[in-house]
Ligand binder design. Sequence first.
Ligand code: SF4
Length: 348
Amino acid sequence: MLRLGESVQEFLAREGMSRRDFLKFCSVMACAGCSEAFLRSPSPTAAELVLDVLSVDYHETIMAPSGFQAEKSKEDAIAAGGYVLVVEGSISTAGVGEYCCVAGKSSRYILEEAAKNAVAVIAIGNCATFGGVPAANPNPTRAVGVWDIVKDKPVVNIPGCPINPANLTATVVHFLTYGSLPAMDQLNRPLFAFGRRIHDNCERRGHFDAGEFVLEWGDDGHRAGWCLYKMGCKGPTSYHNCPTIRFNDGVNWPIGAGHPCIGCSEPGFWDWEVYQPVTLNEVTPPTTYPSVEKPVREISPTSIAISGTAVGAVAGAAGAFAYSALTKRSSHTKPEVEEIESEESAEH
Ligand code: SF4
């Protein structure tokens, strides 16, 4: 524990942690989830965007330069102006930069410096939009989102933990195509991505309406894909397009994989009780709804007889066609083309 008046550096030295150990610890703890998500953007791909469409002048994770050269890239881009600034990560406002600094500059200073010549700012991830996990109670670094600092520029919030890369690329492509930002809600989230509740498009919604809930991890309802409301799902109060575009090129999404939504597109979600059901404002929790009939699995003998007859009829038709084709081929000497023409004219 830090002693009164002791610096972090003195504390680490007293604990026997070398500078290299400290840097290794920081690199393990660092989160670049939204950058990682962006790099996996399927359409357009990050490579297409970066190499064919955009000039990405500074990105700590994917840029080639490092050290002083990286700083120079940033300074040149700021001096040129007219760029869209994309920010990942929260901004700590406690102290004078000791909680987050790059090249000796605090995260707040870097943001204000980089935003001054931008035409717009896109904050990506719940950290950059609403403070994210660093802002969770008691928020010791007084972490905030970009729009708490930048007040004189349009700020687009694309929350998520991590973001869905499609929402970032769609916002960038919208800006490049129309020269304007997409319509946004009161939290500055693009409506095309955050205009509908997860609950409204969820594939398990039918089970919610039928009163079919997972009550325990791995129970029969969980195995059958029933609604996760009683396991704490925040879908009824969260706005995001996860159910429709999903992640990893549309492969799956958290609820599809059997985990309740944690509400990562909403402010303050880290302070919510993850596995407690949310309070519903408008509807009575549908345990009061009539139950749905269980589907009958057996196939009746009548339907087997009918389908058997149908298969026989199809097989008979196929046999007749095959026979007819063979007959024509053996009994006519005209070229195939002419024969086809004559058949077509006969049909007409
Ligand atoms: S409560 Fe969750 S799992 Fe159930 S339908 Fe709504 S979003 Fe889907």
